[in-house]
Ligand binder design. Structure first.
Ligand code: GLN
Length: 485
């Protein structure tokens, strides 16, 4: 049996249920594990051991009183440091929020607390979730547990690395253009970006509001199903949250999986690492052998995804980040002479280079004279991209693609911002179209680096998507391999 810190929610909750293990013992084991590996991994921005142990003790007390709240009760879950937890630091990995303590809980936080989960740590990410390698954190990079010289992916790199390293049992990330799926792929985990509107964004530090979604990382699709069930569903505090019924995703895993699968030909072209291509092909063969009908489809506007994304995301970011002005909260410059100087110096000192680059780009594409040429044009292209997907879904139930064109790369290897943006080619269309998509482990490269398979589904069909992933997972044990740390 795997060490305690590498077990799944499903396994641990069964042991808690049988009283073979207490939540406090589990939390103690995770604290010990974290102390042992964290100096090499750097996945946490902050953690509060005493608070986590108190939450675990409360879980044990509930269980003793016959009031356990379900499969997440007593399970330690880490949150990306862009999700508000009352009375805990919330930094978005930025100097701007270095000393900020959240006065309230995000809706997902509240729902996890209601489910009895032990909230464990605020996990590192790229500053304000902008990046694909976690190298943009103001507090230093995160290491990939499979090879400490390499990046864990981003922007939710801390959420992926902590889980892969056995420092948490599940984690939450946020995905604006791939930030859950890409790090899941690079760290050998299951990651799900839900349909836009399924999970409330209330209490999520906003990057690009029309693209952002919170979602789970797990060791298995079953674990992802359990966490999704707890956090999904309508929230009156988020006006974009949808009134969709939330099924029991775990029970759904036993049902039939979708059978008509599409391979978008634009996702298998030049730039794809051959070892990743081969691993994905093998997964496709698995589904074919299982009797699925697999056919090639086309998403003709794929080549415009990156351009549309980096216009829309930066435009929304420039607007969202205007609130950090040194007056209301966040970093305030000590060197300012008047109000305008205070805004300028606070922002100049508080934001890192990538965030500034995006604010400047976003302000430019929204400025009068350029709005029609860039922002409005990008919104029209976005509609075409969404139409491509909906068209493909007339013929197939789900799409299979690689998650990332490359496996985990070395820190410092992609110094040019454009080279970094290009890594998002396979994940970004999904956000522009508002669709659900998962990354599941589908093998390793010869160098021992994990490879991810992306499954893209129809709006609000997360149950189908997870069932499809589960079918594959049952026949392969990629997701149960663990790094040597
Ligand atoms: N890498 C993309 C970006 O930098 C996506 C980030 C994300 O999903 N938060 O914008």
């Amino acid at each position: 049996m795997a060490a305690l810190h590498f077990q799944t929610i499903a396994e641990l909750s069964a042991r808690l249920e049988r009283r073979e293990l207490s939540a406090v013992e589990l939390m103690q084991a995770l604290i010990a594990r974290t102390q042992a590996v964290e100096p090499r991994v750097h996945a946490f921005n902050s953690r509060d051991e005493a608070d986590a142990l108190a939450q675990a003790a409360a879980s044990d007390a509930r269980r003793a009183a016959g009031q356990a709240r379900g499969p997440l009760d007593g399970i330690p879950i880490g949150l990306k440091d862009v999700i508000a937890v009352r009375d805990q630091p919330l930094t978005a990995s930025s100097q701007m929020l270095q000393n900020f303590v959240s006065p309230y809980d995000a809706t997902v936080t509240r729902r996890l607390k209601d489910a009895g989960a032990v909230l464990w740590g605020r996990l590192s990410c790229d500053e304000f979730a902008m990046g694909s390698s976690n190298e943009n954190s103001a507090f230093g990079p995160v290491a990939n547990p499979w090879d400490l010289a390499r990046v864990p992916g981003g922007s939710s790199g801390g959420s992926a690395a902590a889980l892969a390293a056995g420092e948490a049992i599940a984690t939450l990330g946020s995905d604006t253009g791939g930030s859950i799926r890409q790090p899941a792929a690079l760290c050998g985990l299951v990651g799900l970006k839900p349909t836009y509107g399924l999970v409330s964004r209330y209490g999520l530090v906003a990057y690009a509001s029309s693209l952002d979604q919170i979602g789970p990382f797990g060791r298995t699709t079953e674990d992802v199903a359990l966490v999704l069930r707890a956090i999904a569903g309508h929230d009156p505090l988020d006006s974009t949250s949808f009134k969709a019924e939330v099924p029991d995703y775990r029970t759904a895993l036993a049902g039939p999986a979708p059978r008509r699968l599409g391979l978008p030909k634009e996702y298998f072209g030049a730039g794809l690492d051959p070892e990743i291509g081969a691993a994905v092909e093998a997964a496709v063969k698995f589904y074919r052998d299982r009797g699925c009908e697999v056919k090639e489809v086309s998403l003709p506007h794929t080549r415009y995804c990156l351009d549309a994304y980096y216009v829309i995301a930066t435009a929304e970011a420039s607007s969202n980040l205007a609130r950090f002005d040194g007056v209301r909260y966040g970093h305030r410059s000590k060197a300012a002479t008047d109000a305008i100087d205070l805004y300028a110096k606070s922002r100049a000192e508080g934001f890192g280079a990538e965030v500034k680059r995006r604010i400047i780009l976003g302000t430019y594409v929204l400025s009068s004279g350029y709005y029609d040429a860039y922002y409005l044009r990008a919104q029209k292209v976005r509609t075409l991209i969404r139409r491509d997907f909906l068209q493909a879904f007339q013929e197939v139930d789900a799409l299979l693609t690689p998650t990332s064109p490359v496996p985990a790369f070395k820190r410092g290897e992609k110094a040019d911002p454009l080279a970094m943006y290009l890594l998002d080619v396979y994940t970004i269309g999904v956000n522009l179209a508002g669709l659900p998509a998962a990354s599941v482990p589908c093998g390793f490269t010869r160098a021992g680096l994990p490879v991810g398979l992306q499954l893209i589904g129809q709006p609000f069909k997360e149950a189908d998507l997870l069932t499809l992933a589960h079918t594959y997972e049952q026949a392969h044990d990629w997701s149960r391999k663990t790094p040597n740390l």
